[in-house]
Design a protein. Sequence first.
Length: 273
Amino acid sequence: MSDENKPPIVLVHGFWVTPRSWEDWIGHYEARGHQVIAPAYPGFEVEVEALNADPSPIEALTVPAIIERFEAAIAELGEPPILIGHSAGGAFVQILLDHGFGAAGVAINSAPTEGVRAVPPAQLKASLPVLKNPANRHKAVGFTHEQWHYAFTNTFSEEESRRLYERYHVPASGAIFWGSVLANLQPGHQETWVDYHNDARAPLLFISGSEDHLMPPAIQRSNAKHYKSDTITEVKEYDGRAHLLPSQEGWEEVADYALDWALSHAAARAPGA
């Protein structure tokens, strides 16, 4: 349970990992007196090892089902939480904020929402295991450790990279990944659309790692610039950090900055502040 006057925190995991990837942050934030939940995507309620053995829940995954799961979990909290998402979870945080959920949001090395067209070369290389074959749109696509190291842990030691790969890695939804790539080429609003002019949206912080290959800083900056609403949108970049920033040495500094930023901006926005 959270201490009085400390809002709950909802952690939103990304692709190629599960809620297990937040294990350090959960304890860290609970020690600061917050109630913390890290809901799983539908079908991801099992352990990493089970998903690797049977990835069929990943193949069945959809963005609307993910958003519905998190909206239901947030509604049960009874008060607006701080939302913190990593990678695809950052895009889902943006969607949840746009839907009116959350007191403030933080998107770490976030996947882009619809309309962001920045595609750095490093991202193309990191995404190649999924995008090289259109048939992957109907599959759950995993990384080898070499691919994981390039995309997630390129600044980590080989030993640490492999340890995290074995503990966290699961395949990702090829359908959702391909859908996000094609979103800007199809008419109408797609599943990762948000209203960039939504003045009622809660404050949003993008945190970016300078060495991130999968979602490089150019994507975070471009995504932030798309917001034209009369509300707070900021970007914070950390030098030397890779995509798996929540597990990189010194993650506590990032976790504390993210929470302190969110708390201060949520408090300033609260009625009667």
